[in-house]
Design a protein around this ligand. Sequence first.
Ligand SMILES: NC(=O)C1=CN([C@@H]2O[C@H](COP(=O)(O)OP(=O)(O)OC[C@H]3O[C@@H](n4cnc5c(N)ncnc54)[C@H](OP(=O)(O)O)[C@@H]3O)[C@@H](O)[C@H]2O)C=CC1
Ligand SMILES: O=C(O)[C@@H]1CCC=N1
Length: 286
Amino acid sequence: MNPNISLASASICFYGAGSMAEAIVRGLIHKGVAGADQIAMLNRSSQERLAYLSQTYRVSAANEEAAKWQHLREASIIVLAMKPKDAGEALSELGPMLREGQMIVSLIAGLSIETIQALLGGKIPVARTMPNTSCSIGRGATGISFSAEMSEEQKAQVLSMFQAVGMVSVIPEERMEILTGVSGSGPAYIYYMMEAMIEAGVEGGLTPEQARELTVQTVLGAALMMEETGENPAKLRADITSPNGSTQAALEVLEAGGFRPNVKAAVHRAAERSLEMGEAVRKSLL
Ligand SMILES: NC(=O)C1=CN([C@@H]2O[C@H](COP(=O)(O)OP(=O)(O)OC[C@H]3O[C@@H](n4cnc5c(N)ncnc54)[C@H](OP(=O)(O)O)[C@@H]3O)[C@@H](O)[C@H]2O)C=CC1
Ligand SMILES: O=C(O)[C@@H]1CCC=N1
């Protein structure tokens, strides 16, 4: 299916207008997959934020009650883009307003399809997704699980939406937490490492601009090497590591500091935290 066709008739309402909603909207508009006239964005309180979004992307943006409910009722796709802690209240309010034919796309970390449907008060079609902020430049990585109620056309629309802003992996819902640890939170680990590389470069006498530019190109080049060669990262690492050379010396420092087990523990902890956040919302239902 041509992704550009299947979203043409959709109206998309982002319920929550923070950084992740903006990343997806920027990507959709930049790629021409959805027009600004198809998109509405809602938040809870920040008028300044809405003014910025409507000026920057020409989308409809609102938080007053009447406009908010009108956007939510008219949308064929409602994207849940608030923090997990705000989901309970927002979804309980939304449930009674839903009409036949609408679908829910959740970006919310940890919140299961079952909990979303329980909060909405019915077996509404739900796509649970976990994107990342690189969607804003069309280089996102998104995991998606569909509820049994989703029609083939609805699934195709959700796939179009996220394929427009990067790569997509459809996975069983029980893998969503570990995917969150790898690719949802993942960009933050890479940025953290880049911060450290830039700092070290500057400490060694590079200008901040030089350190930044060299670090960016190094990370970009390494990612593209993996993508384009299809090689195992261990092989690519070995190619750089001359016996008793500078890379070996550096890797020994990383190993002594527990780099690999620490990165693995970080991914697993993100997955565990995601489950905890979902559980906290589920418990609020009881
Ligand atoms: N940031 C990321 O990298 C990723 C985030 N996610 C998920 O995306 C979701 C949003 O995260 P993020 O964009 O970072 O969060 P932000 O804090 O940037 O944005 C949250 C938005 O939700 C709005 N909001 C909260 N409660 C309500 C409500 N009752 N009605 C309407 N709007 C409401 C806020 O409005 P106001 O500011 O006015 O209160 C704000 O616009 C989270 O659930 C997160 O788990 C998923 C993948 C990656
Ligand atoms: O930190 C969070 O909870 C969200 C989910 C993945 C990225 N950000």
